[in-house]
Design a protein around this ligand. Structure first.
Ligand SMILES: [Cu+2]
Length: 261
């Protein structure tokens, strides 16, 4: 009697497991089918002939006054930052260069299809500030949003060409994974909990983009020979573009100088 019951139980468990794994396989298949339909094959690029564009972003003129951020509203945020915090938008480096400029190939690369990287672009929330403040990502690449804070954030991208959404992230919660399928420079991201939190996301159809750091420098590597329009975007001082022709294996320098807005 006992043996028969056990056989029945084991059989039932086996059936449940099989049904479960079939369902999983079905979902995986339909997901990859969808991706295959929407993603054309990448264009082969002769890596032996690629070149690059590099340069610096600088600022000339009277610098805007640094804007101090007031985090009184959430003591958790205030305590995590040791000392005053200033807004990144409009800030000029001591040496006159600009950080947080987004430089990318705006035109000239559309004749190629590029596969988005399989590694995600990561946006952290740390001290109730988005890190990094400006982030580049390829259309279709995963944006992984994490929080290093002991407070709840509500991430709210405000795109024009992509789907708008907002999601809360509690302390210790799993990363939020999202994709932006349409190129869009730039998507502002705010936090619905902390009105000072701001980030900018540059979604590009090609892998030729960079964000300047404390030296104001950028490099766009791996460019096939051709004519390109390179745009430099800043949150406060507007955008500028320059045309550049890259020959085989050529490295060209172009600089952008921004003035007070
Ligand atoms: Cu927040």
């Amino acid at each position: 009697m006992i043996n028969r019951n056990w056989i029945l139980i084991l059989t039932a468990l086996f059936v449940v497991a099989m049904v479960g794994s079939c369902k999983e396989a079905d979902q995986t298949a339909s997901q990859s089918d969808k991706e295959n339909v929407s993603t054309p094959a990448p264009t082969p690029i002769d890596q032996a002939t690629v070149g690059e564009v590099n340069g610096k972003i600088t600022f000339e003129g009277t610098r805007p006054k640094p804007q101090r951020i007031n985090m009184d509203q959430d003591p958790t945020c205030e305590q995590k930052n040791h000392g005053p915090v200033f807004a990144e938008d409009g800030s000029v480096n001591d040496d006159g260069t600009l950080s947080n400029a987004f430089v990318y190939v705006k035109a000239g690369a559309a004749r190629y299809v590029f596969a988005p990287p399989t590694t995600p672009a990561v946006l952290d929330q740390n001290g109730c500030m988005y890190k990094p403040h400006v982030l580049g990502i390829m259309a279709g690449q995963i944006l992984q949003i994490v929080s290093s804070d002991d407070t709840t954030h509500n991430i709210h991208p405000m795109p024009k060409n992509n789907r708008e959404w907002n999601m809360s992230q509690l302390p210790g919660a799993a990363p939020i994974l999202q994709k932006f399928m349409q190129p869009e420079v730039m998507i502002p991201i705010k936090c619905n909990q902390h009105n000072w939190m701001k980030a900018w996301l540059g979604v590009v159809a090609n892998p030729f983009f960079a964000v300047t750091g404390s030296d104001g420098a950028f490099t766009l590597k791996g460019l096939p020979p051709g004519d390109y329009t390179v745009e430099a975007w800043t949150a406060t001082f507007g955008t500028q573009e320059q045309k550049v022709t890259i020959g085989p294996k050529e490295s060209k320098a172009i600089n952008f100088v921004f003035k007070p807005s």
